[in-house]
Design a protein around this ligand. Structure first.
Ligand code: SF4
Length: 457
């Protein structure tokens, strides 16, 4: 088990971490969503569009579209102060079993539709919440029933999010036997003070133990999540965190820049005390910290593979869920508040467990809102999501959409090129490191006018 080591970095490198905080800066972190998860923004998805989902489900199955299956587990041991997801910390085993039964009934209904019947998922994803909150029996039962409905024998990736403190060696063995290939540990920080101040349930000891167990079991991929700029983060903390992550040698590391969406505990406290600025590092500092982290990972042999990820071996470490979704795959998404997509129609399920269970019990699909995208919106969606990879190809969009992004958005391309964020090499569209570090902010420039400044809620 590695322990954090004292810095041996040259001072110039450390200085890169010490960005002076300018109290008057427009880059202070304020409340709101920074991360662009999908397009068009969720605020445009409406209950009156639900019929579009049923229409596509009644249509013939597509011949050339990959299918993913997602299940949302909305239970956690404790609510983190920065969390904006729908999570429940008070459900007992029978309530959780009832929820899992409802999810299976949802999958059963989808399996009988003409659009989905007989299709096998290319990828499966368990997200939350905390999927690893489930017991071994619950996990085996859930996944056996899911496999009966949508078999995994052609599945390239089964991804599973886990909170370190919920993992035992036996549970990890069970996950491996079930078929999980990509285990993603929500570590966030290796510093116990940071974990405590930010309301995380686990501590670093549990993180080290979970990583060590997972490595002995030979998952295809071990990913760890980190967050740059949590409350009380300092350059020294962040440096230790990154160095520790490198010492742990995961296959993949995902680094988020801390955002404070409106429905977080941190935002509620800001509102009560009349504060506009969140008590976390400003955006310039967070970018500098991620930039520095990327440098360190590269020096250790990793490759930056998107705005948020570094991978040890880009040849073998794929992220099928991300890459397929960003190339227009269907996503059959079940569970409370989950987001799915069929043949150009986005949908989201009921966001509270009560209405969700009521709708499943009534025999229907628990869809709360939907959005049928236009050809143009699908083109923009794929284009902006693929920019997060740091590179995409004009020929791909000409072939698939009959449109060249560089010709469609000449002003945006020129503006980003002038700032040094983007350049063209033949058909390749390349995003610079500086561009990648703030890519979500830059993507809004490609939104249709009616979608600019919309909220991602
Ligand atoms: S573990 Fe994840 S989902 Fe659960 S409360 Fe924390 S941030 Fe939210």
């Amino acid at each position: 088990m590695a322990t954090p080591t004292k810095s041996t970095l040259p001072s110039g490198v450390i200085d890169k971490l010490r960005v002076p905080l300018d109290a008057a800066s427009s880059e202070q972190t304020e409340a709101g969503n920074y991360f662009v998860a999908n397009y068009p923004p969720f605020s445009f998805w409406k209950p009156e569009h639900k019929d579009a989902v049923h229409a596509i489900l009644n249509s013939p199955r597509p011949v050339d579209t990959n299918l993913g299956v997602y299940f949302h587990i909305p239970f956690c041991r404790k609510r983190c102060h920065f969390c904006y997801f729908r999570v429940y910390t008070d459900k007992n085993a029978s309530e959780i079993n009832a929820y899992l039964d409802a999810g299976i009934r949802e999958f059963e209904r989808y399996s009988r539709t003409s659009y989905l019947a007989g299709r096998k998922p290319q990828f499966v994803y368990f997200g939350g919440g905390t999927p690893s909150y489930l017991s071994i029996d619950q996990l085996r039962n859930l996944t056996d029933r899911m496999k009966d409905l949508f078999p995994w024998d052609e599945t390239e990736e089964v991804a599973f999010e886990a909170e370190p403190g919920t993992l035992t060696e036996k549970k990890l063995e069970a996950l491996r036997e079930i078929g999980v290939t990509r285990l993603s540990l929500g570590i966030e920080s290796f510093d116990d003070h940071i974990l405590e101040v930010n309301g995380r349930a686990h501590r670093s000891k549990e993180a080290y133990r979970a990583i060590a167990f997972a490595k002995t079991l030979g998952f295809d991929q071990l990913n760890i999540d980190l967050i740059a700029g949590m409350m009380d983060e300092t350059p020294d903390n962040w440096e230790r965190c990154v160095r520790t992550a490198i010492e742990q040698e995961p296959d993949c590391v995902t680094i988020y820049q801390m955002e404070i969406p409106f429905n977080t505990t941190i935002y509620k406290e800001m509102k009560e005390s009349g504060r506009v600025t969140a008590p976390v590092a400003d955006w310039r500092t967070k970018r500098a910290w991620v930039d520095w982290a990327f440098d360190q990972f590269e020096a250790a042999g990793y490759t930056v593979s998107s705005a948020y990820t570094v991978v040890k071996n880009p040849e073998t470490t794929k992220f099928v869920y991300r890459d397929s979704l960003w190339a227009g795959a269907d996503l059959l998404s079940a569970g409370v508040a989950s987001f799915g997509h069929f043949g150009g129609v986005h949908y989201q399920n009921q966001a509270d467990v009560g209405p969700y269970m009521t709708e499943v019990d009534a025999g229907g699909l628990p869809i709360f809102r939907a959005y049928p995208t236009s050809h143009d919106e699908r083109f923009i969606r794929e284009f902006i999501l693929q920019l997060k990879l740091g590179h995409t190809n004009r020929g791909y969009f000409r072939g698939k959409y009959g449109e060249d992004p560089a010709l469609r958005f000449p002003d945006q391309f020129a503006g980003l090129a002038a700032e040094g964020y983007l350049r063209l090499e033949g058909d390749e569209i390349l995003i610079s490191r500086e561009g990648l570090l703030q890519i979500d902010r830059l993507l809004h420039g490609f939104f249709l006018p009616q979608h600019r400044d919309a909220r991602y809620t």
